[in-house]
Design a protein around this ligand. Structure first.
Ligand SMILES: Nc1ncnc2c1ncn2[C@@H]1O[C@H](COP(=O)(O)OP(=O)(O)OP(=O)(O)O)[C@@H](O)[C@H]1O
Ligand SMILES: [Mg+2]
Length: 369
């Protein structure tokens, strides 16, 4: 069955499964002597001495395995599938060469009016992944909950200048942007609870749906290469779980949409309404808008349901669906409480590696690298 799968790999994957299911192991426990890497040469706990020495071992990438999801035979146990998916995410974690910057800034709107599907988690982790691949990234927190601001550890107490001032008062973007302390190449427009009133306050504002677009273009940092080193390569906009004026501002400002879809039973419910909104915006406000990217999140390889949902999503959206699925992982959900993305909190974890792979796929799509 699984090519190159050894007992040690299976043990390591089994430990990872425990982490998924209980979340009881903290980082210190993980680093304790009894959990020390078994491979003394390179410190990688997931490559056994024999397989490394034989030189024939090759860990599948998350993207490869995602493609394989349908091929994983029906007669395999859920445990075997979980092992395989853990291995897929255990790809090389060493530094990767930077990817070329896109010809002009890619403004990507992360939206799905369904709540809790992984919009914010995907926004901040893909931003971190893109930064690790050498890209300059701006994250715009368009959700009054301010979860992206929390995860990226920027100030967002009430009164902090942020998206509200940008949209309602017309404050310049460069006056509200903050540096993410954990990630050199990531900057953030924070959201405070003040933004909760913006949906209503914007109603009486002139050209209310074009405020974000105007702010981005007015920054002098969104556009083509002539803007120089300071130019943002990506702007990721984290939308609230609704299709109101805030999300509309994002859909008018961006050319691309990234829709995270949770691999669960009701995954596709409500998507029709979202796509209708996209059509409406394309027809009347922003002809450039396209759903460029679908990302399957919280994928639990132990269940047939997740594989079934992923297949259905792929049937609907085809190549727009990234080959990398994001696994359900306790590490991913823990990271924000430390003011971090999982990319810095536990860079070798399956969640972090999968988000890095997803970021790479996104970057490649834009530059044909
Ligand atoms: N891959 C994952 N594994 C485990 N938990 C996850 C994963 N992705 C997201 N979560 C958790 O699921 C919850 C919802 O995620 P998130 O906040 O990113 O969704 P959202 O779509 O932004 O939600 P909202 O609609 O409220 O803005 C959070 O508690 C988050 O930590
Ligand atoms: Mg959110």
């Amino acid at each position: 069955m699984t090519e190159g799968l050894t007992d040690q790999d299976a043990q390591s994957a089994s430990a990872e499964r425990e982490e998924f299911s209980t979340g009881s192991r903290g980082p210190s426990e993980r680093d304790s002597p009894q959990n020390a890497p078994v491979s003394p040469q390179d410190g990688d706990p997931d490559v056994s001495r024999e397989t490394a020495a034989a030189g024939g071992y090759r860990v599948r990438t998350a993207a490869e395995l995602a493609e394989f999801a349908e091929v994983i035979a029906d007669d395999e146990t859920p445990l075997a599938r979980a092992t395989e998916h853990t291995l897929m995410a255990r790809q090389q974690s060493q530094a990767r060469p930077p990817l070329p910057r896109p010809a002009s800034t890619r403004v990507m709107v992360v939206a799905n009016q369904k709540g809790g599907v992984g919009k914010t988690t995907s926004t901040v982790n893909i931003a971190a992944g893109l930064a690790q691949l050498g890209q300059r990234v701006l994250v715009v927190d368009l959700d009054p909950q301010g979860n992206a601001s929390t995860a990226l550890s920027v100030e967002h107490f009430q009164g902090t200048p942020g998206t509200y001032e940008l949209l309602v008062d017309g404050t310049a973007l460069n006056d509200v942007v903050q540096q993410c302390p954990e990630l050199d190449q990531v900057q953030v427009v924070p959201a405070t609870i003040d933004l909760a009133g913006a949906e209503i306050e914007l109603v009486s504002v002139v050209a209310r749906e074009g405020r974000l677009k105007k702010a981005l273009l007015g920054s002098g940092r969104v556009g083509d290469e002539s803007l120089g080193e300071n130019r943002w390569d990506y702007v990721l906009v984290d939308c609230p779980p609704s299709l109101g004026l805030l999300t509309l501002n994002a859909l008018v400002a961006g050319a691309e949409m990234l829709i995270p879809i949770q691999a669960e039973y009701y995954a596709l419910e409500g998507l029709g309404q979202l796509l209708k909104t996209v059509d409406m915006v394309r027809a009347h406000l922003n002809p450039e808008l396209a759903v460029s990217t679908i990302l399957i999140t919280m994928y639990d390889a132990r269940t047939r349901l997740a594989a079934g949902v992923a297949e259905e999503v792929r049937g609907h959206f085809g190549d727009q669906v990234l080959r990398t699925y994001i696994p359900r992982s306790v590490r991913v959900s823990e990271a924000p409480s430390y003011g971090q993305t999982v990319m810095t909190y536990d860079p070798g974890s399956p969640g972090a590696l999968s988000y890095l792979e997803a970021a790479r796929e996104i970057a490649r799509k834009g530059t044909n690298a």
